[in-house]
Design a protein around this ligand. Structure first.
Ligand SMILES: NC(=O)c1ccc[n+]([C@@H]2O[C@H](COP(=O)([O-])OP(=O)(O)OC[C@H]3O[C@@H](n4cnc5c(N)ncnc54)[C@H](OP(=O)(O)O)[C@@H]3O)[C@@H](O)[C@H]2O)c1
Length: 257
């Protein structure tokens, strides 16, 4: 494999994608940002072949609008097929993506879609690499938006090792440029420095905001996978990389929203 100097970033405007762009720029790589906002669509293929010209490696952190199993699976498999096909034609040497720790423990939903995503990336023809990450610090706010009803916010009880999207971006760039072997039997993982409670993280975030939103932890027993969230199945494996600020330390660096 030749050296990597030019990297395309799928989902370049997203929570983790924007940090991947920053890390690559800071390390002196050529960067091709891919997002519909940049006129490139990984689903329709618009602008994609042109964007991948001269690219050595793709780090894909794009994701579609739905977290439902079927549309999310459709998004990831279509996007990956387009990146694999057009990337191979352009001479891309490696495709790297970000998945979720514990996604293999789910029987359905977004976790199942991520497994389909991983398989598509690892299936080639471009050699694929996957980094499984814990929930991002930046995800707490989205989860709260989904669960807010009036002045109450219902948050899934979840044991998680929340990690900064910037830390995940550094891990993805390290994986993308590493010459080391990659074993599908042991997909690398990255998490934050300590286990956190999603409900407590939401309370910390709510306390910074005006409005007096009340946080209530919930367990949806109608979800066949509800135990995955509370059992610790989403926590990193012993071999995982643990890095970056705790949620509280990260929050202290963020502008109030
Ligand atoms: N959020 C978490 O806690 C977490 C944890 C572990 C792993 N992950 C994984 O990390 C990845 C990124 O998640 P995120 O939360 O950073 O995503 P996000 O903030 O929702 O960003 C999604 C990105 O995808 C782009 N995009 C959407 N549709 C596109 C299309 N058709 N063509 C090209 N680009 C498109 C968006 O830009 P445009 O809208 O401009 O196209 C945006 O840049 C996902 O694979 C997710 O499963 C997330």
């Amino acid at each position: 494999m030749q050296g990597i100097s030019r990297v395309a970033v799928g989902g370049a405007t997203g929570r983790v994608g924007r940090h991947i762009v920053d890390v690559l720029n800071e390390r002196g790589y050529g960067v091709v940002p891919i997002a519909r906002a940049n006129g490139v669509d990984v689903i329709t293929g618009q602008g994609l072949a042109e964007a991948l010209q001269g690219v050595d490696c793709i780090i894909d952190a794009s994701t579609g609008p739905s977290a439902e199993e079927q549309p999310a699976t459709e998004f990831f498999t279509t996007a990956t097929r387009n990146l694999q096909t057009l990337g191979q034609q352009a001479g891309v040497q490696r495709l790297v993506t970000v998945s979720i720790i514990g996604c293999d423990r789910f029987t359905g939903g977004y976790g199942a879609a991520k497994i389909a995503h991983e398989r598509a990336v690892l299936g080639g023809p471009i050699p694929g690499r996957v980094l499984r990450a814990a929930q991002f610090h930046e995800f707490v706010s989205q989860l709260m938006a989904w669960g807010t009803r009036g002045d109450v916010c219902y948050v899934q009880e979840m044991r998680t090792q929340l990690v900064a999207a910037r830390t995940v971006a550094e891990g993805l760039v390290d994986l993308a440029i590493s010459a080391n072997g990659f074993s599908v039997a042991r997909i690398p993982e990255i998490g934050g420095p300590r286990e956190e409670s999603m409900v407590e993280a939401a309370k910390l975030l709510a306390a910074r905001r005006a409005g007096g939103l009340r946080i209530e932890g919930v367990v949806d027993t109608s979800d066949p996978d509800h135990a995955v969230y509370t059992s610790g199945a989403l926590l990193p494996a012993p071999y995982a990389t643990l890095a970056g600020p705790t949620f509280e330390a990260w929050l202290a660096t963020q502008a109030a929203d």
